[in-house]
Design a protein. Sequence first.
Lengths: 409, 168
Amino acid sequence: MPIMSEDILLPEGAGEKQTTTLNLGPTHPATHGVFQNILELDGERILKATSTVGYIHRAFEKIAERRPLYQITPLTDRLNYCSSPINNMGWHLTCEKLLGVQTPKRVDYLRVIIMELARIADHLICNSIVGVDSGAYSGFLYLMQYRELIYEIYEEVCGSRLTTNIGRIGGFERNFTNTAFEKLEKFLKEYPEQLNEFEKLFKRNRIFMERTIGCGPISAERALNYGFTGPNLRAAGIDYDVRVHTPYSSYQDFEFTIPVGTTGDCYDRFLVRQQEMWQSLSIITQAYKKVQEFKGQEAEVYHADTPAYYLPEKKDVYTKMEALIWHFKIIMGETAIPPGEVYHAVEGANGELGFYLISDGGRTPYRLHFRRPCFIYYQAFPELVEGGLLSDAIITMSSLNLIAGELDA
Amino acid sequence: MSQLTNEQIRVALIDKFGDVFTEWSEPLGMLTFAAPKDMNLKVLQFLYDEESLSFRFMTDLQAVHYPDRIGEELCVVYHLHNMRDNVRIRFKVYTDVQAPDVFSTTALFAAANFMERETYDFFGVNFVGHPNLIRVLNVDEMDYFPLRKEFPLEDQTRVDKDDEMFGR
């Protein structure tokens, strides 16, 4: 029996309407995450976009109100999970700022290495996905090998790969092994060549340029008003980088430039990310050189001396009374946090990642708020895509580097 | 160019509005102050327009619930950033939880749209003048504001729940 048109339930007025309503997401493969965009289309042209977020909201801010500081680190992993080490470090730095912990230089440099590796991992995913969405799959496959290598370095340092939970308040959980450094050297040696090849594939590629130039542009003024940060703001022409403006973790010791674009379109965002990867490589090389300068006893330093917040070594817990007490107090979350309020920002892979922590002197934060860059710049998405084509919306979305985990916290 | 100091900001604000501000402090170097809630837009507009201050970037907006402060239970916190001089300030307004009406800053900062929706979603702050004040992260049917302190997280040790799937 043929299906009659009156059997299909359509929304009221759908037959008379001249436009098409399209649900882009929440499970559309091209959205790379759980976002929904309700697009009103006239043919292929977008008349109106409405974005809905919150599909993977996990109430981290509420959960954090019941947890001691060190148990909040795994929550930060799950914000921007493409570069969780940056989130982890940002959280540790926030705590250290409130607790007044001074970290040794070697720890700072090791952190810089890990954070810049994370930035490269994030940017390479983002840029190669822009390639995939514009129809070039192979660049993605080649770069992906190097994300694997970065994940192996994380694995050497902290034992996990995606949601890293790397480091502790005051430093790292263990010193970097020789294998970690060997892998880092391998990465520094092989990655530039690969990145160059990737860049050659895209940068002057006629098809790629025609797809991305003038696609989803934003002016510097609008970008600032929309609270853009990170590569997306820099692509619009504003040289704001938290690493330079408010250096943390000894970023002031390194030489690097802030790449900026002019038009804020997808092509400029791509180029800015590409340049940032080169800058990150240079920072890692400098940091690695500085780390190698520590010899003998100094090369064994991987955490600050803060027994109240840094877990003692396991063998000390079994043999020393004091270590046992600290261990118990930290694990049970019995260390009070000094009262105060602190806002600390780090340059996350997609913008300024801020932590606003209020403590009333209890054992858990009174209030913790994450400033998630994605959530703030995603508001501009309708403005970026309206008037453009459907396929442009998809490239714009991937070139904004939206991470659902961070968007929804 | 001379660096903008916290003292200069403070003097400029008091010159303009008189002595309406409270809670001046500088936790870890960030100038923090509070103003009466019906003045939030005026203060933000002044901070935005005044050439010497030009706080034109809204870094963050969120709320905090203090159930013990009767009559001013909800605190809306704005983090503003002057990118030229690289100075950040924190500005607070307190509001009664019974009538949590605060003027919306969406006309000044497009960034405030989602952030105000989020604050409404979790604390129920009613931003007057917001173009589309609906829940953003939680489900639309939710009838309470979960980040308020009267909703404690579930006690992890409770035994009255029988859940076959998760073995509690």
